[in-house]
Design a protein around this ligand. Structure first.
Ligand SMILES: *[C@@H]1O[C@H](CO)[C@@H](O)[C@H](O)[C@H]1NC(C)=O
Ligand SMILES: *[C@@H]1O[C@H](CO)[C@@H](O)[C@H](O)[C@H]1NC(C)=O
Ligand SMILES: *[C@@H]1O[C@H](CO)[C@@H](O)[C@H](O)[C@H]1NC(C)=O
Length: 259
């Protein structure tokens, strides 16, 4: 009986002690203006139980947790919801997407003080599809609204299972909008690439050829910066998340050895 209790206690405590990580947001730069927090977050494996630490001079910045819309449009929540200690520690208690902004002045909108992360669980996330493999799908971006201003594309993307081989279809009146693939920085700051990289057909189909994060914006006028025409998605592979173990079957490895 006592042995069983010890086992249970170890099972609860051990992973927390061993695996939880503190992430210093912005590393030695801390929480500040004109830092690319999307580049900072890229490739980091945030897990439930890890902690984010926001460091900044007290009074100069603050930290708000917001939703996807608040992140996209830099909507500052009521001031009583801010963290202001200059060394704010946030436990990532649940898996999923998390958004944080600075609520001082235009630090979010003009100074890039916004952080988006995705928190993973240690165990593979429960898949909405029973089979890990499925036929490829077309996603009409924005559904019947299409690609347009003042639509919450983050809310649209939320919960969707984009897979390699699926296609995004951007529908809009020709000449009114366009579509650019950008990187995380381009997405965050609405940096429009050279015009010759635009898709302009009004029915632009993009094959999701590789897994990982993808960013799209409209390059017309202020459609991205002021009207929310920006889409961020994460493309999954058909197979479950790659494990640290080699993906090549043992038998196959052996035959490679023999050659
Ligand atoms: C997101 O936050 C905004 C601004 O704070 C709020 O108006 C909106 O209702 C929230 N949306 C959801 C889906 O919670
Ligand atoms: C902030 O203030 C509003 C009302 O002014 C209140 O409804 C809300 O619960 C407060 N939030 C926190 C986190 O204290
Ligand atoms: C992201 O895009 C911007 C603007 O197009 C470019 O200046 C920058 O070098 C790119 N960053 C990376 C990491 O590719």
């Amino acid at each position: 009986m006592a042995f069983k209790h010890v086992f249970i206690i170890l099972a609860i405590i051990f992973p927390v002690m061993v695996f939880s990580t503190d992430f210093m947001v912005g590393d030695d730069k801390g929480w500040t203006i004109n830092f690319d927090y999307q580049a900072w977050a890229e490739g980091k494996d945030f897990q439930v139980g890890d902690r984010l630490v926001f460091k900044y001079p007290v009074g100069v910045h603050n930290v708000f947790k917001v939703n996807g819309t608040g992140f996209q449009s830099c909507i500052v929540p009521p001031l009583n919801e801010s963290l202001t200690s200059g060394h704010d520690t946030i436990v990532l208690a649940t898996p999923g997407r998390k958004w944080y902004i600075c609520g001082v002045g235009k630090h979010c909108a003009a100074g890039g003080m916004k952080l988006f992360i995705n928190v993973n669980t240690d165990s593979p996330a429960p898949s909405p599809v029973p089979s890990p493999v499925r036929a490829s799908k077309d996603f009409i971006v924005g559904d019947n609204k299409g690609w347009t201003i003042n639509f919450d594309y983050q809310a649209w993307a939320k919960g969707k299972d984009f897979r390699v081989g699926d296609r995004l279809v951007f529908k809009y009146p020709v000449g009114v909008h366009n579509v650019f693939k950008v990187n995380g920085t381009g997405f965050q700051s609405c940096i429009v690439p050279p015009l010759n990289e635009a898709l302009t057909s009004g029915h632009d189909t993009i094959v999701l050829a590789t897994p990982g994060r993808k960013w799209y914006i409209c390059g017309v006028g202020k459609h991205c910066a002021s009207a929310g025409m920006k889409l961020f998605i994460n493309v999954n592979t058909d197979s479950p998340t790659p494990s640290p173990a080699p993906l090549v079957p043992a038998s196959r490895k052996y035959s490679i050895w023999k050659h």
